[in-house]
Design a protein around this ligand. Structure first.
Ligand SMILES: Cc1cc2nc3c(=O)[nH]c(=O)nc-3n(C[C@H](O)[C@H](O)[C@H](O)COP(=O)(O)OP(=O)(O)OC[C@H]3O[C@@H](n4cnc5c(N)ncnc54)[C@H](O)[C@@H]3O)c2cc1C
Ligand code: FES
Length: 282
């Protein structure tokens, strides 16, 4: 756990492995890291949905979700899209280099409350990063859940994040996995169209189900609209908000929506909560 006497004090982690998930200007790079002080594991505990401030000394830090599940022991993973100053500096790092990690921060997906239910994840682009720990947690505890359905969409086939794992889900009879790309490509055997349309094509039943959606705000808005059309109730729908952040611990007021601090009360929210806050999707 974080040092309560100084919540701004980060841990030092060493990069064990790093690889690109996707190409291009806004490429996504995954970092597998481990604490330089092994004793941190004695007190560290995170759940799917928790985040952390990840940084490079002398440059700064930014908020990222922890993209590994707590069931993956002995390391943490972060999958980072190159956007600007901090993410560029992090992308310049390779195996053996040091990063800082301040966390775990925020709330988490209530995966324990969801036991016995059918879980549907609907992701787009880098939005698969907060969904990956949910999926891997459920796969590691599959006897506790009725069903897992994974829907994921990207712009093109080369923009698919976690391609190898999604291929694995496709091959797994116990996990329904459905992929889409925005525009037709030769040899693409799966759905072509936007993620909200893929959702309607798959049409999961809302019975005993929870749907979790993460991705670009516009995608989230239409996915939620379509989930409601399919009969999901607001309390059966979860998402994350990714407002710009500074302190990450509810002190600076940078990230608030309505009465909520996204860093402290979120980033995970049910649609039941968000529908009462008009600014949430502004
Ligand atoms: C709770 C939470 C979880 C997140 N998880 C991830 C993750 O797992 N992987 C990942 O790649 N990113 C994630 N992000 C977004 C990430 O924090 C930003 O991309 C990062 O802070 C950009 O830092 P920078 O210094 O490189 O960019 P800057 O130089 O600060 O900005 C570069 C560009 O990115 C835009 N930008 C910066 N932050 C955000 C944001 N929060 N939302 C939308 N646009 C932004 C700016 O408007 C600007 O156009 C998350 C954000 C939050 C709040
Ligand atoms: S980032 Fe400072 S209050 Fe949320």
């Amino acid at each position: 756990m974080m040092d309560d006497s100084n919540p701004y004090l980060p841990y030092t982690v060493r990069i064990e492995d790093a690889w690109y998930e996707t190409p291009g200007d806004r490429c996504i790079k995954t970092f597998k890291v481990n604490f330089t002080d092994d004793k941190v594991w004695d007190t560290w505990s995170h759940k799917p949905g928790n985040c952390a401030m990840v940084g490079k000394l002398g440059i700064g830090e930014s908020m990222f979700c922890i993209s590994s599940s707590p069931t993956e022991e002995g390391y943490l993973r972060f999958s980072i899209m190159r956007m600007g100053k901090v993410t560029q500096a992090l992308h310049d790092l390779e195996a053996g280099d040091l990063m800082t990690v301040r966390g775990p921060l925020g709330n988490n997906f209530p995966v324990e409350e969801w036991e016995g239910k059918r879980i549907i994840t609907v992701g787009g682009g880098i939005g698969q990063a907060p969904l990956r720990p949910v999926i891997n947690y459920i796969r590691a505890n599959k006897e506790k859940y009725e069903e897992l359905i994974v829907l994921y969409g990207s712009r093109t086939s080369s923009d698919i994040c976690f391609q190898g794992e999604l291929d694995e889900f496709m091959a797994d009879q116990e996990c329904g996995c459905h992929l889409s790309i925005d525009v037709e490509e030769e040899q693409w055997p799966h759905f072509v169209g936007f993620v909200p349309t893929l959702l309607m094509e798959v049409s999961p039943s809302p019975e005993n189900a929870v749907a979790v959606t993460c991705g670009p705000p516009i995608m989230i808005r239409f996915v939620i609209e379509n989930l409601l059309k399919l009969g999901f109730k607001p309390e059966q729908i979860y998402t994350t908000l990714e407002n710009r952040m500074k302190c990450g611990i509810g002190k600076c007021g940078r990230c608030n929506v309505g009465p909520l601090y996204v860093c402290k009360d979120g980033p995970v929210f049910s649609y039941e909560t968000l529908q009462k806050i008009p600014e949430a999707f502004a």
